[in-house]
Design a protein around this ligand. Structure first.
Ligand SMILES: [Zn+2]
Ligand SMILES: [Zn+2]
Length: 201
């Protein structure tokens, strides 16, 4: 029998199973709606692939019975992430807030592609909210982030963060190919430019 050795190649870290962070127990649902407020830590591990590296998602939810063995869940979410500014690459704190709603039906009564409808076995003792929360984060996450509305970004030559200090780099050399294109454009825009200049005394 060969001794066990540590693997040479880096294996994936020995993570515990994804926490059931977004599950709601359904005991007591027949007596009335269930309300919960909870925080999902490390959402990327428990909710599946997310559009941004969220650090947490705070969830408020109300769960109640609906018609025909269906269960309705609705609430709010408030997620935080730190994302690079697309201009200056500075880590920037952002928040994503949304209202959400989901309908859970027995698996046989879920039409593929139907929006906001999820399958739930009639015998299931808990509701998994990961699907709707993940979907809402994808819908509401910004496509890009800027640290401020007028972030001047980085100098393309020396890389200095222009919001912090100015640099002495000469303005970038105009690209000959763009200059040629601008010349072409100028010919057709000449008339309108003349008009606007005429407005300035
Ligand atoms: Zn910035
Ligand atoms: Zn520079």
């Amino acid at each position: 029998m060969s001794p066990r050795r540590a693997p040479r190649s880096p294996d994936p870290p020995d993570l515990p199973n994804p926490p059931d962070a977004a599950r709601i127990g359904l005991a007591g649902l027949d007596a009335g709606p269930i309300e919960r407020t909870f925080r999902v830590e490390a959402p990327g591990e428990s909710l599946g692939a997310l559009p941004l590296p969220f650090e947490y998602v705070d969830v408020e939810v109300e769960v109640r019975r609906a018609d025909g063995a269906a269960i309705r869940a609705r609430g709010t979410l408030d997620a935080g992430a730190i994302v690079e500014c697309r201009r200056c690459l500075e880590p920037t704190q952002i928040g994503v807030r949304a209202r959400w709603a989901a309908l859970y039906r027995p698996p046989g009564r879920v039409t593929p592609g139907e929006e906001g409808v999820w399958a739930l076995d009639a015998q299931s003792a808990e509701l998994d909210l990961a699907g709707p929360i993940r979907e809402e984060l994808w819908v509401n996450a910004p496509a890009w982030v800027e640290c401020s509305r007028d972030c001047p970004g980085l100098c393309p030559t020396c890389g200095v963060r222009l919001a912090e200090k100015a640099c002495r780099c000469p303005p970038p050399e105009p690209d000959g190919r763009w200059a040629a294109l601008e010349g072409l454009g100028g010919a057709s825009e000449g008339a309108s430019e003349g008009t606007s200049e005429g407005d300035i005394p």
